[in-house]
Write a protein that binds this ligand. Sequence first.
Ligand code: GAR
Length: 217
Amino acid sequence: MRRSGRTISMDTEMPVHKKRIAALASGRGSNFQAVIDAIAAGDIPAICTGLITDNPQAHAIERARAVGVPVTVIDYANFSTKAAYEEMLLAAMRNCRADLFVLAGYMRILGPAIVHEFSGRMMNIHPALLPAFAGLNAQQQAIEYGVKVAGCTVHIVDEGMDTGPIVIQRCVPVLPDDDESSLADRILAEEHTALPLAVKLFCEDRLEITDRRVRIR
Ligand code: GAR
């Protein structure tokens, strides 16, 4: 645009609509950290509205507090039934008013009421190339099976255990002298790339899910 001999540049950038994300974590929280770092760096168009944990000792709590993310602790040990625990969890999740819930090292299987309510809006990171080695101790399972390639998977959560549609997988070699710990470290480095990327794609509305297949636009 030209006015009185001066060139005025028009700002053509569209305002970015930020999604609201919240996380569930049970422990160390390094994957949660990778996601909040990517948000802080401007790589993910989102705000983090909460961290929910089932473990009062989880290091993820300190990571959340350090950046002002509200924390809800629902200590699993205080409940006599899984149903009672999940009732509180569901209320806490609703309270986050999140578009997406990121399961970042959340070590429990979610019940059908929660999976149904947030269907298509929950992502989990698993330290194996699913469908191989679902469940606990995935890295040890990979070592014992003798696979030559391992890795991580980010998937949408469904009612099964680590069975939902796959968003991203990244692989690493399994080396002859690997033990569970060395393999877990190598996989974890890839998790820290895979999870923020999957969250970013969700927040940019770039995931299209048809049956089991996730297409990235
Ligand atoms: C990660 O390796 C994650 O993939 C795994 O727990 C670890 C949590 O680390 N999750 C599962 O095994 C879920 N079935 P972090 O707390 O440092 O993110």
